[in-house]
Design a protein around this ligand. Structure first.
Ligand SMILES: Nc1ncnc2c1ncn2[C@@H]1O[C@H](COP(=O)(O)OP(=O)(O)OP(=O)(O)O)[C@@H](O)[C@H]1O
Ligand SMILES: [Mg+2]
Length: 462
């Protein structure tokens, strides 16, 4: 499907709206002008009739009027478009009448129905010229009253209006073209900032996610999109980096046990050995293989948790009770380091029993393994603000704040050499975090003044 051009569409819309507006303005101007012309003409006719009436008032009789007919032309002097007709009431033959228009206006007075205020709009029968007439009467002392009709030929007025229309309509296509073109240009330049998005998107590859859009100079309406776009790139960049770190970490983690296995087996095979000696080698290999098996199982679990495929079966559990079970299970390890595990309080949570135990085992085994020799590891359970909390605290070396955020990353160990020597793969806390995410809860760490506390947060029972 061909994409429709936004600039063209908006340009056409702007043009159409401009056209409608121009038509409305023109119609209004036309109506106002026509009305003004009409008012002016009517006022003029009223003046002229009054003028004629004054002149006739001064005359004594019919004969005097006829004698003064030539002087009556003063009424309309200087106005070619004006016509005057004066006739005794009832006659159609003007006593004073200088044109065909005056004669016809008198005929109209006798024949047509005039407006109540004495006006009549009509057209000349031959030329069709638009006319406006005003009729009045005047009484002469010794004669019948006279009718006075003053008419104006409005052809010029009509021509003026027609010219206005023609000028406006003939310039309309050009005006329209200018409006559409300006609309196109405005939209084109208005969309220019979007090209920065296009440029940035084109530069992005899996190997280059460092591109960002400079929000400076970006229009207000696009600021949010720009920030969201940059934040998306930031997240992608971070995820890709973690993914690549993760693969290299995984290879690194597997290389050591595999190399040990290979080396040890090759040495064993290098010369004939007794059954006892071989059994000892195999036993030590089993340890290494167990470690690898655990690593693979942990990885598998994390992969499933990532895709939210790990099934969790939420039931109401008392976290303190589960912690006691885990503590019993770790008893041997604790005794080795003369560590006591103390569990107190109670917290009722909605949790998957096995997963919750797994998270607690990871935290407690870290605490027992890393606490100072001969100290006490405390586990405290409590319900608070609709959550169920379980705090695992131990005395020992503290974790510097800069490690806190990354502590839950896969294969992250604060002290790399110490972690691996102690048998850790650095997946324990990543698993704890995955389990807590699956539960809709979370895990936090605080560490200082020789004390480290990890807090699990589950949803409390309803
Ligand atoms: N209670 C604690 N006190 C001090 N440091 C801790 C504590 N718990 C965890 N850490 C630090 O966090 C790191 C990561 O812990 P994590 O449990 O993820 O890995 P691990 O214990 O090294 O290996 P794994 O648990 O996979 O056997 C540890 O290596 C350790 O440096
Ligand atoms: Mg651990």
């Amino acid at each position: 499907m061909r994409a429709r051009r936004l600039s063209l569409r908006l340009g056409l819309w702007v043009g159409l709206l401009g056209l409608l507006q121009a038509v409305a303005v023109l119609a209004f101007a036309y109506a106002v002008m026509e009305r003004e012309q009409s008012i002016q003409r009517r006022t003029m006719l009223v003046d002229k009739v009054e003028h004629a009436r004054h002149m006739i008032d001064d005359l004594a009789d019919d004969a005097a009027l006829r004698d003064n007919a030539a002087q009556m032309v003063d009424v309309i002097a200087g106005h070619d478009e004006l016509h005057l007709a004066i006739a005794p009431r009832g006659t159609s033959e003007p006593s004073v009448g200088f044109s065909r228009e005056s004669a016809e206006s008198l005929l109209r007075l006798r024949r047509d129905v005039w407006e109540s205020d004495g006006f009549l709009e009509w057209r000349m029968s031959e030329s069709g010229a638009p006319m406006l007439s005003l009729a009045g009467t005047v009484a002469i002392a010794n004669a019948e009253p006279y009718d006075i009709v003053v008419s104006v030929d409005r052809s010029e007025d009509a021509k003026l209006l027609r010219n206005l229309l023609i000028t406006a309509l003939s310039s309309a296509p050009f005006a329209l073209a200018v409006v559409i073109l300006s609309g196109l240009l405005i939209v084109k330049f208005g969309l220019e900032p979007l090209r920065r998005f296009q440029k940035a998107a084109a530069e992005v590859t899996a190997n280059n996610l460092s591109t960002r859009i400079d929000p400076r100079g970006m229009p207000y309406e696009l600021q949010d999109s720009c920030l969201a776009f940059n934040a998306m790139l930031e997240r992608l960049d971070d995820s890709v980096k973690r993914l690549s770190d993760f693969s290299s970490d995984l290879a690194h983690e597997m290389r050591t046990p595999l190399a040990t296995l290979l080396g040890r087996t090759q040495v064993a095979l290098s010369r004939p050995r007794g059954a006892e000696e071989l059994a000892e080698v195999l036993e030590r290999n089993v340890e290494e293989l167990q470690r690898l098996t655990r690593l693979v199982a942990d990885m598998l679990f994390l992969a499933q948790a990532d895709r939210a495929e790990a099934a969790i079966d939420l039931v109401a559990v008392d976290l303190a009770e589960e912690a006691r079970t885990v503590a019993d299970y770790l008893e041997l390890l604790a005794q080795e380091r003369e560590v006591t595990i103390e569990v107190s309080g109670s917290a009722y949570a909605m949790a998957d029993r096995n997963q919750a135990r797994r998270a607690m085992t990871n935290l407690l085994s870290n605490a027992v393994r890393l606490c100072s020799y001969g100290t006490t590891v405390t586990v405290q359970a409590a319900n608070r603000d609709g959550w169920a909390f379980l705090e695992v605290s131990n005395e020992g070396p503290t974790i510097a704040p800069q490690h806190h955020e990354r502590l839950f990353d896969r294969f992250y160990r604060v002290d790399d050499s110490r972690g691996r020597d102690a048998g850790g793969t650095g997946l324990g806390l990543a698993i704890v975090k995955a389990i807590m995410t699956l539960h809709g809860g979370g895990v936090d760490v605080s560490s200082g003044r020789g004390k480290t506390t990890f807090t699990l947060r589950f949803q409390a029972t309803a």
